[in-house]
Structures are given as structure tokens and as C-alpha cells.
Design a protein around this ligand. Structure first.
Ligand SMILES: Nc1ncnc2c1ncn2[C@@H]1O[C@H](COP(=O)(O)OP(=O)(O)OP(=O)(O)O)[C@@H](O)[C@H]1O
Ligand SMILES: [Mg+2]
Length: 638
């Protein structure tokens, strides 16, 4: 040994930490390389920064090297970055400065469980010490930029380290790992193999902003002898922190394809830059087409998370809410720990701030798109509209008003031209105090529903909804600005001025008295199927329709709940009959002649069947319906 060797005990906390690291804290041992490369990259950042004000620090190319010695079974990570003085080595490597780690250790001590609770692991970074997961001895030689002497440090991770003066040709740091034998069961791979290193670098450090080089054997030609050549392992092509003006659309699209495995081009690219209290970059994409698994619980969703260009995790769900799960992209959060775990992310304040910003940005992009290019917005809405509506259901979404603004719906005024709530409101009739809507199983069924008749006749516009999710969010009685959204398929209809309403109610009551006995007769025949038979003021040309009682679940919500295996209260609906329809006159005639005419039962079954058909094109009991129909035809033919 050369000058001034010293033996130091590690700080008590470091000893504990090393114990944990060596006894496999992480199942994934490969991350040691990510940690060491990230330290090298940090050191290069620091030198680059110091060079701005200190010209004496030279201007040679900044890079990272990985050297492998198969015979000695060593792996070295070498950088020409800022390096450390002897004091800095003692301070940085050998003590734990970060308070999070101390807390972690004390939490661990009070924890009764033997194994490390996973939600705790992410709270601290093992950083440099992760080298001891795969090495039984680690050496470090470092020379601070601007100084001539160097320092050597070594430890077997057993509680003490040695430090002495040394020599190093240039500034920077070399970390050499004496590798443990490979052990597939323990997740320790053979890190002396070039292809193993290559793969790990590609996975975690591809976008690190400095070249990571390794010597590899190459043949220029098949007959040539192989020669050792430098190979750069990482692409360094992080495009999220480059200014938008310097990146071409082609590059953005290629990157989208790289992360999404979707070979079409995205509908929109959204670069996001956050500076100030928190530094983060993101590159988000709105895909042009919905993925196959958009509605599957197993959908691959979430953004990729990086910390200063170092890959941390895929599918980070906490960065995007469920109803924006179609957004793809990456987030590079500069102030996060590399070792952050999924459990921690959920509660991390930074992540919450970032997520909020990203949501804002996505919504404002959609707002711009809606205002700027209606065709493009409709394409987007066709693919992802129903997913966006899920946000109207969630209790914890604070931007529901913005989602309502983004809503696009068909309208009875022109079923081919989608409209927004704002546009609907601007067209509302004088005195109209609610936004009317109708839900149904298909676009055609709602557009042709008999329930629309009176509204159309009186010039009221009705929004038409046919996505399954519509049943659910509209069930929650939403409001747009100060206007409630009111279903025209439930309760009683009250249209027009107070005067008109009063008149209509009176005339309906009058007729109900007149036809009271007939209605009672129909009620008896249909008592198993409906809860009420009454006269309608919603129909102009159809004979019958079905409506829900004011507070009952809609039949399709009921069905959905059943499909989800949930107990749903069985509610019957109300059959409304159009007193102005000739069929009703006919029934009244038969009824007057004989209350027991068998046709009365048949006709009531057929009327109910018709109401079902007009609503959804489906019958609850098609066999009974066709039997009744055949009987009526026979009666008629007699
Ligand atoms: N290659 C290097 N060059 C210069 N300094 C280094 C190098 N590697 C480690 N260090 C110093 O050692 C310290 C400890 O490294 P370690 O990886 O344990 O923690 P960190 O990098 O500060 O945090 P984290 O890795 O959790 O983000 C670093 O902060 C740095 O000061
Ligand atoms: Mg580190």
C-alpha cells in the first residue's frame, strides 16, 4: 500500500444497511448497475456544470466506460466526472447523510416482521451500497477534478473500509466490483458476460445523456480475426428534455412507437416541462386508435418513469388517472429517488403534483383540439370518449366540470352532428331550465325512441346517449353549470310555460278519469310485468312507451349490476299509453262491449311487447309475444 492508509469502521447505520443489502433486500440484483451508472452520470453532470465557470477543468469528452475482466471476475464502472477528494469519499461513502434512510432503518427495527416490508424499501436509496449485492469486495479510485492526487477506497462490506492515497491519470472515478459467483436462483447473473451488461444498460440506462462504452469483440468480415472494439451501449436519445423546436415530428413519432409498440402515429404529442419547486419533464401522447385491451382490467397502462434519464419503472399508474389511461408516454422526475417503489409512489407528494400538472396539460390539449379541429376531436372522441366519461363517475376527480365541457353527444336536433353541452345550452328554449337527455342501447334505438315525440313536437332538443357508461354517470344526477341533466325516460313530462303545463295536466287528468276503468283492466292483465299503466303526454304518434319511475334504477343499470354479480333491486317500469292513438279508441270500444273480451288480454300483452320493441328492438319474452300475435291474427281472420 502507498501513502497514508487508514482503516475506518462504517457508521452504525451503514453497517445495518449493508447487512440488508447483502442479505438480498432486492430480488432484482441487476439494479446495482443502474445505480453505479446513475452515480457516474451525476458526477459527469457536476463536472459539466463546474466547467462553465472554471475553464481549467478542460473540455474533453465526458463518458462512462464499463470494463470486464473475465479471468479476475471483475467489473469496473469508470467515469471522467467530478471525482471526490479524500474527505469527500469519507463523507459520501461510509456514512448515511440522507434522513430518509435513517428513518427507514428505525422503521425496520420497530417492524415485527422479519422480512423487509415492501412499502418501506422504496423510501430510501441504497445507491452505491447496492454493489454489495453482487460483489464481495468493492474498490474505488477517484480523483477530484482540479486536483492532482487521487484516493483509493475498498471494502468487503463487512463493517469496515480502507482508504489511502493513490494515483489516477485523469479526473473521475473507477468503481471495481469483485463479483460473487453467478447464482441464477438468487438473481445474480453473470456480469462478466458482455451481452448481460448490454441488456441491463439498454433496459435501465439507455437514455443516460453520456455514452456508455464497453469493449467488445467484433469481426469486420466473417473471415477476419475478431478485434476488440469500443461499442456504445446506450442510445442517449432522450427526447423529452430537448426543446420542442429541436425535435422533429418524425423523431417524436418514432419515440412513441418505441414506447407504445403501436405502429401508427399518435394523434397528438404533448411535451411537458415543469420547473421551479420541482423539476420534471414529460412527453405524453394521445394515440390515434384505442388499444384492444382498453377495457380490460389487465390493460397495460401508466407512464414510464425515469429519474434523470435513468429508467425506474414501466406502467407507473399513479401518474395518470384511470379515465385518462389511454395516454402514453414518459415522465422524468428529477428529484425522485431511484429506488422509489410503487407503494410509495401512491403517497408521494411530488408524484401527485406531477400528475395534477399532466392531467391539466392533457385536458387543455383536448380543449384546444375540440376548438381547433372538430374532425380530429371527433376521431379522438370516437376512440376514447367513453373512457373519459369514467371520470364523471369517480368520486375523487376534481376536474369534472372540464370533463363535462369536453363531452360530445348526439342530439335529437341533428343526430348526425355531435354537440357539446355549451352549444346545447345556447340553443335552449326560453324558460327551459333543464338539459334533457335519453339513454338507450344503441344510437338508432335512442334516435327513434317514441319518448322523443312530444319533445320534438314542442321543439325541445334532447341529447342522445348510447354508451353503457352513460347509464352510470347520468344516473348520478349531474349538473352542467346551473342546469340539471334530466332524463326524458323517467317520471312525468312537464314542458312549456306554467300555463301550458297546467292545462296539459288538467286534460290528462280528465282523460284518465274517462278511461279509468280500461286502464285498470290493462293494469290487471300486465300486473306481473309493469308497476303502472297510465296515460301519456309524451307521445304524439306511437301508441305506447315504457318509462322508469322517478327514483328507480334504469333497466340497463340493473342489468349491468346483475352482470357484475351485484344484488340489484328488481324494479318494474311504467307503461304509458297514448290516448290520442286510434288503437286506444278501438280498445275502449271493445271494453265497453264486454269487460271480459279475451282480446283485451291479448292486446295488452301486444302493447307491452311493442313498447319493448320500440325501445330496444328486444323482447323480454319473444315466445309469448309471437303466440299472442298469432292468436290476434286468427281472431282477425275469423
Ligand atoms: N462515480 C462517482 N463520482 C463521484 N461521486 C460519487 C460517485 N459515486 C458516488 N459518489 C458520491 O457518493 C454519494 C453516495 O452515492 P449513492 O449512490 O449511495 O447516493 P446518491 O447517488 O447520492 O443517491 P441515490 O443513488 O439514492 O440517488 C453520492 O452522493 C456522491 O457524492
Ligand atoms: Mg446514486
Amino acid at each position: 500500500m502507498t501513502a497514508n492508509p487508514e482503516r475506518h469502521e462504517f457508521q452504525a447505520e451503514v453497517k445495518e444497511l449493508l447487512g440488508l443489502v447483502v442479505h438480498s433486500l432486492y430480488s432484482n440484483k441487476d439494479i446495482f448497475l443502474r445505480e453505479l451508472v446513475s452515480n457516474a452520470s451525476d458526477a459527469l453532470d457536476k463536472l459539466r456544470f463546474e466547467r462553465i465557470t472554471n475553464a481549467e477543468l478542460g473540455e474533453g469528452e465526458l463518458h462512462i466506460r464499463i470494463d470486464v475482466d473475465r479471468e479476475k471476475r471483475t467489473l469496473s464502472i469508470i467515469d471522467n466526472g467530478i471525482g471526490m477528494t479524500r474527505d469527500e469519499v469519507v463523507r459520501n461513502i461510509g456514512t448515511i447523510a440522507r434522513s430518509g434512510t435513517k428513518e427507514f432503518l428505525s422503521a425496520l427495527k420497530t417492524s415485527e416482521r422479519k422480512e423487509v416490508p415492501p412499502e418501506l424499501i422504496g423510501q430510501f436509496g441504497v445507491g452505491f451500497y447496492s454493489a454489495f449485492m453482487v460483489a464481495d469486495k468493492v474498490e474505488l479510485v477517484t480523483r477530484r477534478a482540479g486536483e492532482t492526487g487521487a484516493t483509493a477506497w475498498e471494502s468487503a462490506g463487512d463493517g469496515a473500509y480502507e482508504i489511502r492515497d493513490a494515483e489516477r491519470g485523469t479526473q473521475g472515478t473507477t468503481v471495481t466490483l469483485h463479483l460473487k459467483p453467478a447464482d441464477a436462483e438468487q438473481g445474480v447473473h453473470d456480469y462478466t458476460r458482455g451481452e448481460v451488461i448490454q441488456e441491463i444498460v439498454k433496459r435501465y440506462s439507455d437514455f443516460v445523456g453520456y455514452p456508455i462504452r464497453m469493449k467488445s469483440w467484433r469481426k469486420a468480415d466473417a473471415k477476419d480475426a475478431p478485434v476488440l472494439e469500443d461499442e456504445t451501449l446506450n442510445s442517449q436519445k432522450a427526447i423529452w428534455d430537448r426543446p420542442k423546436s429541436e425535435v422533429t415530428e418524425e423523431e417524436y413519432n418514432q419515440f412513441y412507437q418505441h414506447i407504445s409498440h403501436d405502429w401508427s402515429s399518435p394523434l397528438r404529442t404533448i411535451p411537458v416541462r415543469m420547473e421551479g419547486t420541482l423539476e420534471a419533464y414529460a412527453l405524453l401522447y394521445l394515440p390515434a386508435k384505442a388499444p384492444m385491451d382498453l377495457y380490460s382490467p389487465e390493460m397495460k397502462r401508466g407512464l414510464q418513469l425515469y429519474v434523470k434519464r435513468v429508467f425506474v419503472m414501466d406502467e407507473c399508474r399513479d401518474l395518470m388517472p384511470q379515465h385518462l389511461r389511454f395516454v402514453r408516454g414518459v415522465v422524468d422526475a428529477h428529484d425522485l429517488s431511484l429506488n422509489v417503489s410503487r407503494e410509495i409512489l401512491q403517497k408521494d407528494r411530488q408524484i401527485q403534483i406531477i400528475r395534477k400538472q399532466l392531467v391539466k396539460k392533457v385536458l387543455s390539449t383536448l380543449e384546444d383540439m375540440r376548438k381547433g379541429d372538430a374532425g380530429e376531436y371527433q376521431r379522438f372522441w370516437g376512440e376514447f370518449g367513453p373512457v373519459l366519461k369514467e371520470g364523471l363517475l369517480a368520486y375523487d376527480v376534481d376536474h369534472k366540470d372540464r370533463l363535462l365541457e369536453l363531452l360530445s353527444a348526439r342530439s335529437s336536433a341533428n343526430p348526425n352532428e355531435p354537440t357539446t353541452l355549451a352549444d346545447y345550452v345556447s340553443r335552449m328554449k326560453e324558460g327551459q331550465d333543464a338539459i334533457y337527455f335519453l339513454t338507450g342501447p344503441t344510437r338508432e334505438a335512442v334516435a327513434q325512441s317514441p319518448l322523443l315525440e312530444a319533445f320534438k313536437a314542442k321543439g325541445y332538443e334532447v341529447l342522445l346517449f348510447s354508451d353503457p357508461i352513460d347509464e352510470l354517470w347520468l344516473e348520478r344526477a349531474p349538473r352542467y353549470k346551473d342546469k340539471p341533466l334530466v332524463s326524458i325516460g323517467r317520471g312525468e313530462v312537464k314542458l312549456g310555460s306554467d300555463e301550458e303545463r297546467k292545462k296539459e295536466a288538467e286534460s290528462l287528468e280528465q282523460k284518465s278519469k274517462e278511461y279509468g276503468d280500461l286502464l285498470a283492466c290493462l293494469r290487471v292483465h300486465l300486473q306481473d310485468e309493469v308497476k303502472e299503466v297510465r296515460l301519456s303526454n309524451r307521445l304524439t304518434s306511437s301508441p305506447v312507451c315504457l318509462v322508469a319511475d322517478q327514483h328507480d334504477l334504469s333497466p340497463r343499470v340493473q342489468k349491468m349490476l346483475e352482470q357484475l354479480g351485484q344484488e340489484a333491486p328488481k324494479t318494474k317500469r311504467i307503461l304509458e299509453v297514448n290516448p290520442a292513438h286510434p288503437l286506444f279508441e278501438k280498445l275502449q270500444g271493445i271494453f265497453r262491449e264486454s269487460k271480459d273480451d279475451p282480446r283485451l288480454e291479448l292486446y295488452s300483452k301486444l302493447l307491452l311487447g311493442q313498447a319493448h320493441l320500440a325501445e330496444s328492438g328486444e323482447l323480454p319474452d319473444p315466445v309469448a309475444f309471437s303466440r299472442a300475435l298469432a292468436e290476434v291474427m286468427q281472431l282477425g281472420a275469423r
